[in-house]
Design a protein around this ligand. Structure first.
Ligand code: DMJ
Length: 620
């Protein structure tokens, strides 16, 4: 039913191992050895002696003859013999080859696409994640096919994102990466049959959510299904790549109205799809993260469609934000499309602020980083902002000193709040990626590529990833709350722990009753994945597995799907009846990649949009 990722050339050689050449000298010497062990030479019969002489003569002839096959083309294009006497070849030991495996065994036992062997334990765990995805999809297709989201407990669908079948599109590239061909076919044919019509008929959608989930999902499906000839083909199922591209263009043409109807470079927040019109959010302002986190998608669409309009409009936003005043690189979470200015002073890396910082570095990486100096300003803005984060937002909790990122709700002159959304847990991964640009830490160090800032950011990434993991460890369910507060010398509240009294951080992390829900969010496992790829420290895999097991234990719904929770500090937790699209689009994808082969979606060749849809880096 399912198939693993396509085999690399190395795997084909490996599969052919059973035909390997056996050295005649070895065969001969082994026969001699056998004879000598079985018989005493003194008592050897004349017949056997003659056979020995015959063997010896044949072997000598073989040693003297030239190999007709061992020739190569030299630089001038002429054939050159390199074989000479066969002696070297006869004496050369054949390579030690692993036993042959069937494709499925290969996947279970973890034969890697880059030729190395993966620990079978992680291959089996990766398989469990694949099964979880299959279970999540089975609930969705049974009860909610074509709706945005599944309500797994009431077994029905709900349109919370404008009615474009968001789960189908969000899940599609995860199924491709996992090699789940049946799901790719099902989701792909739904997209081909229904999505264009939905886009032309539906009403209001949010520019950001539709871009990152639906447009991002279509673009990644286009690439992974072989849209850019010769670069990638993870599936032969589902529609042709051009179908995804055409739907993406139709959708983006309508979304463009958010940019073109605004009096400034800052787009409106909402789009009426069937009218191709746009309007501001009820309060007037757009979220900073929302207007600054559509550029990866629009840039890639311009690259593959050959039409620059998408990129031009989207990049105007970042160029405009560059000109605005900031606080040590940090920005308020609201911005006005009417005036183009920031609104209020609330600074945070949680909701409405988060992916602004993520896209600064990722858009720079996408555009070929150092190769393209037009975008150096994005790297500069990112480095300045991370300096600002370290200076103004990073603190240590007491008594055990967890490093966390707080908020400045009234700007840098106002009081510091030790509040950290789970959403902030994207930051460790982004910091690590920004430091090594997707290389491993070892490689980046060896090539002397890490600046002082990079090293500082990498250290912060590792410290914050620990805190994000402890936000899970500290609760009774092993799942993180939506928001945590940290005990500091200026802030404490007794009795509001997560319910896991044996956690050594039970007194450092405060979880308020209103913040105890879990929406199956991906940010922590996303960071564990990136940090594992970059540092190769297996603790990140162990932590990811622990989180996955907690999801399995408390959020799995027997009849199909996984559900959000109301309170992670209680066992059993009260369930919330919603499977968010990002559980399939992000959480399970990152877990699958965390336990798998590093050569699948390499971090120096792809950037993940903020909904985990991988898009290729330019010029690679
Ligand atoms: C996703 O839709 C995206 O990751 C977004 O940037 C923030 N929140 C959710 C997942 O938590």
């Amino acid at each position: 039913m399912s198939k693993s990722l396509p085999y690399s050339v190395k795997d084909i050689h490996y599969d052919n191992a059973k035909f390997r050449h056996r050295s005649p000298l070895k065969v001969f010497s082994q026969s001699l050895l056998t004879l000598s062990t079985k018989h005493n030479y003194a008592s050897c019969s004349t017949g056997k002696f003659l056979i020995l002489i015959l063997f010896f003569g044949v072997a000598c002839l073989m040693l003297m003859s030239k190999s007709p096959n061992e020739s190569v083309l030299n630089e001038k294009g002429k054939v050159t013999f390199v074989g000479g006497l066969r002696l070297g070849r006869l004496l050369r030991k054949p390579p030690r080859l692993p036993p042959r495996l069937s494709p499925d065994e290969g996947q279970l036992r973890g034969s890697s696409t880059n030729g190395s062997t993966i620990d079978p334990k992680w291959a089996a765990r990766q398989q469990s994640v694949k099964e979880a995805f299959d279970h999540a999809w089975s609930g969705y297709r049974k009860y909610a096919m074509g709706y945005d989201e599944l309500m797994p407990i009431s077994q029905k669908g709900v349109d919370g994102l404008g009615g474009l079948g968001a789960t189908v599109v969000d899940a599609l590239d995860t199924a491709m990466i996992m090699g789940l061909d049946n799901i790719v076919s099902e989701a792909g044919s739904w997209v081909e049959t229904h999505l264009l019509e939905r886009i032309s008929q539906k009403g209001q959608v949010n520019l950001f959510e539709t871009t990152i989930r639906v447009l991002g999902g279509l673009l990644s499906a286009y690439h992974l299904s072989g849209g850019e000839q010769g670069t990638m083909n993870m599936t032969h199922n589902g529609p042709k790549p051009v179908i995804y591209l055409n739907i993406a263009k139709d959708l983006a043409d309508r979304l463009l109205s958010a940019f073109t109807s605004s009096p400034t470079p800052v787009p409106f927040c909402d789009v009426i799809l069937h009218e191709s019109t746009a309007h501001p959010a009820p309060g007037g302002a757009s979220s900073t993260a929302e207007v600054a986190s559509v550029q990866l998608e629009f840039n890639y669409l311009s690259a593959i469609s050959g039409d620059p309009k998408y990129s031009t409009e989207a990049m105007k936003v970042l160029a405009h934000i560059k000109t605005l005043p900031k606080t040590e690189g940090l920005v308020p979470i609201y911005i006005s499309p009417q005036t183009g200015d920031f609104v209020g002073e609330n600074i945070r890396l949680g909701s409405r602020g988060d992916s602004y910082y993520e896209y600064l570095i990722k858009v720079w990486l996408q555009q070929g980083a150092k190769l393209n100096s037009n975008f150096t300003y994005l790297h500069d803005m990112y480095i300045e902002a991370m300096k600002g984060v370290r200076h103004l937002l990073v603190r240590n909790s007491i008594p055990k000193g967890l490093v966390f990122v707080g908020e400045l709700p009234y700007g840098s002159k106002g009081e510091f709040s030790p509040k950290m959304d789970h959403l902030v847990c994207f930051l460790p991964g982004t910091l690590a990626l920004g430091a090594t640009k997707g290389l491993t830490k070892e490689q980046a160090l060896k090539e002397n590529l890490l600046s002082f800032e990079d090293l500082e950011n990498l250290k912060l990434a590792e410290d914050l990833a620990k805190t994000c993991f402890e936000m899970y460890e500290v609760t009774a369910t092993g799942l993180a709350p939506e928001i945590a507060y940290f005990h500091t010398k200026d802030y404490s509240e007794d009795g509001l722990d997560g319910g896991n009294k044996s956690s050594m951080y039970a007194n450092d992390i405060i979880i308020k009753p209103a913040d105890r829900h879990n929406l199956l969010r991906p940010e922590t496992v996303e960071s564990l994945f990136v940090l594992y790829r970059i540092t190769k420290d297996t603790k990140y895999r162990d932590q990811g597995w622990q989180i996955f097991e907690a999801f399995e234990k408390y959020t799995k719904v027997k009849s199909g799907g996984y559900t959000s929770l109301d309170d992670v500090t209680e066992v059993p937790p009260h369930r919330r009846d919603k499977m968010e699209t990002f559980f399939l689009g992000e959480t399970l994808k990152y877990l699958y990649l965390l336990f798998g082969d590093d050569s699948v979606i390499p971090l120096d060749k792809f950037v993940f949009n903020t909904e985990a849809h991988p898009l290729p880096i330019r010029n690679t």
